[in-house]
Design a protein around this ligand. Structure first.
Ligand code: G6P
Ligand code: MG
Length: 483
């Protein structure tokens, strides 16, 4: 049985909120449902979260919920008489004192007083993800005067970035704080922080989540030029997070598309080296918003991210608002499985020449090397409380499925984002210790994942239901009486 290793995050939105559609997405292979707090009401998110939980449970699947905070995206105000159209050479002003509802062909308001401090003549400002580009000609007391260098339509509340980064409002807005409470209420497994500048932004989000009694894992969206300016900045952000997202939309706008692919590869590799999960996001199957088939370039984009060993690939508008959400998940799934057949996806040199820091880490990595080098092994079983042991294991390239056995529903959801990891509910505390190995292997046998005669490797600790306690690995011969 070939299990897909690369996971699929699909954003839910108007095109994917009915029970039927959510069931189809789960059956097509959605591993994580992303709820985008930039759109929709709290009640809409509650409803979607409830449906995902219910339908996943009915289908015996584990699907994590990822709440994506809107963050401090700087946006222009609104236009009094509907969208305008800017042409190359036009003059246009961004004003911090002009009414936020009163934009016109010459000027628009903006709720970001620091704009005049942050901008200089010669800067390039990108509106609507770069669809309209302005060059700053001069900066006044309360306005920035620009000339249009790339024209196009401009409508209400479009986002604004500066080429090279540097427009920076505080990372957590009042709305983000309210949404953190909502994520806690919905027991989301992951919460993504938008536009974090540094570790302090992540720590604040973590504190707010813990105060709300959530133990969600935190995803840093890498989308500011400052975050990838050097390895120190990037590593700081990665270290402060549990997972990172290569958020190619805003990042691409800030650093330019020429740099984006190299940086994407670099982020994937840095994240994995630091034992973090990594999601590759934005426009992966963009043409499938209106077409039932991906382009060859999109196929190549998804396959390359899978070959680079991203944990997950993500759909945004394709699944939230497109015409073919289910087809997009199926296409991603198919392309990932194809890419995973390549030998580069199976061999690992990860940390081969490094020392390890912890006992459980040592056992987890040793288990993967044993599995990769002993051909009779067909599966890894790891008993886990928090998902940490399978996380460490899944940083290693391997063809072996990693089965994470846990009694904890949150953990089963959480591991669903990790490359190569399959969730199985299992409570060792209910069993006499002499039966645990046998029962764990029986679960895999019953599901057809292993056959008599196979070897499996099992890791666990001496005490059950205690995180960080893994201290043993055992090679078990399936079909024999196990103790
Ligand atoms: C389960 C097992 C323990 C093991 C632990 C590891 O609780 O019963 O024996 O030590 O998982 O959990 P972790 O969260 O560190 O992966
Ligand atoms: Mg973004």
């Amino acid at each position: 049985m070939s299990l897909r290793r690369t996971k699929i995050v699909a954003t839910l939105g108007p095109a994917s909120s009915s029970p039927e559609r959510i069931a189809e997405l789960i059956n097509a292979g959605m591993n994580v449902a992303r709820l985008n707090f930039s759109h929709g009401s709290a009640d809409e998110h509650r409803q979607r979260a409830r449906l995902v939980r219910e339908i996943a449970a009915e289908n015996g699947q584990h699907v994590a919920l990822l709440g994506d905070l809107q963050g401090p995206k700087i946006r222009i105000g609104r236009f009094a008489d509907g969208p305008i159209s800017l042409e190359v050479g036009d003059h246009f002003r961004l004003s911090t004192s002009h009414g936020l509802e009163d934009g016109n062909q010459d000027i628009v308001g903006l709720d970001y007083p620091d704009l005049v401090k942050d901008c200089r003549a010669g800067d390039e400002l990108l509106l609507d993800d770069g669809r309209v580009v302005l060059q700053v000609e001069s900066v006044g007391r309360d306005e920035v005067r620009c000339r249009v260098t790339t024209g196009g339509p401009l409508s209400n509340n479009k986002g604004i970035n500066r080429r090279g980064g540097g427009l920076s409002a505080a990372a957590l807005t009042d709305k983000d704080r309210a949404d953190i409470n909502l994520a806690a209420e919905l027991q989301m497994e992951y919460v993504a922080v938008s536009f974090p500048r540094d570790a302090a932004d992540m720590e604040l989000a973590r504190k707010l989540l813990r105060d709300a009694e959530s133990d969600a894992w935190l995803v840093a969206k890498i989308e500011r030029a400052e975050a990838v300016a050097d390895d120190e900045a990037l590593d700081g952000l990665i270290q402060a997070s549990d997972a990172v997202m290569v958020a190619r939309g805003d990042l691409g706008v800030e650093i330019g598309d020429a740099e984006l692919v190299g940086i994407q590869k670099h982020i994937i590799s840095r994240a994995r080296k630091q034992n973090k999960v990594v999601i590759t996001a934005t426009q992966m199957m963009e043409s499938m918003i209106t077409s039932p088939m991906p382009t060859r370039a999109e196929v190549s984009d998804v396959a390359n991210a899978a070959l680079d060993y991203t944990d997950a690939v993500m759909l945004s508008a394709e699944s939230a608002a497109g015409d073919y959400p289910v087809e997009a998940v199926r296409a991603m799934s198919r392309v990932c499985i194809g890419a995973e057949k390549q030998p580069v996806s199976k061999k690992s040199g990860h940390r081969l020449y490094q020392t390890f820091e912890r006992c459980d880490e040592t056992v987890a990595l040793a288990a993967m090397y044993a599995g990769n080098h002993f051909p009779g092994v067909t599966a890894i079983i790891t008993l886990t409380e928090s998902g940490y042991t399978p996380l460490i294991m899944s940083r290693i390239r391997s063809h072996l499925p990693i089965f994470a056995l846990s009694p904890n529903a949150q953990t089963l959801g959480r591991v669903s984002l990790m490359r190569g990891v399959q969730a199985i509910p299992f409570n060792p505390a209910e069993l006499p210790s002499s039966e645990i190995n046998q029962q764990a292997v029986n679960r895999l046998l019953a599901a057809g994942h292993v056959q008599p005669g196979d070897w499996v490797i099992l890791t666990k600790g001496d005490v059950y239901n205690s995180r960080g306690g893994t201290n043993s690995m055992k090679l078990l011969h399936v079909g024999e009486e196990l103790v």
